[in-house]
Design a protein around this ligand. Structure first.
Ligand code: DQA
Length: 160
């Protein structure tokens, strides 16, 4: 794959890359007491709608494979104006994904549906957090929307 090509053009509309890691394809069915009933398709549809209303484009990708997520950061993260990532369990272990995010020029917001700080100790540490602009955790699917609003506000020139 030609990793650093400018693969996505959307006219002059900003592109927000939304990445979801392992097991997040199961949202709606997976431990609903922790992750809720909203599916990933529903989250994506909400983000698309919000982005459309603000003149932006969402490029959304989910994978259960670390390398595939990294390839997408290389491919689309470099032409995106912002990245939203829920790395799933890779949050706690993947130095390779962390390095890919660190290398991408776009600001990244890390999102978790659950409050990882209040769960098992092995979820308390994120290797992604230090290279993210910020982290939203524990607010369910709304976290993705808040991350998108933040990035679009930044693009619109509102410095927060
Ligand atoms: C998660 C939290 C992670 O610890 C977990 O491995 C996930 C989902 C969340 O969105 O709350 O897969 O990232």
């Amino acid at each position: 794959m030609d990793t650093l090509r400018d693969s996505r053009t959307a006219g002059d509309k900003p592109i927000i890359l939304v990445l979801n890691g392992p097991n997040l394809n199961l949202l709606g069915r997976r431990e609903p007491e922790i992750y809720g009933m909203t599916t990933l398709d529903e989250i994506d549809a909400t983000l698309q709608e919000e982005a459309e209303g603000r003149g932006a484009v969402i490029v959304s990708y989910q994978s259960n494979y670390e390398g595939a997520l990294i390839d997408h950061v290389h491919r689309d993260g470099w032409s995106a104006s912002g990245i939203i990532i829920n790395p799933g369990a890779l949050t706690h272990s993947s130095i390779a994904l962390r390095d890919a995010i660190a290398a991408a020029p776009a600001p990244t917001v890390e999102v978790h549906l659950s409050n990882i700080a209040s769960r098992e100790p092995f979820r308390h540490h994120s290797v992604i957090a230090p290279v993210a602009r910020g982290t939203i955790a524990g607010l369910g699917p709304r976290g993705y929307v808040l991350a998108l609003r933040y990035l679009l506000d930044m693009i619109d020139g509102e410095k927060h």
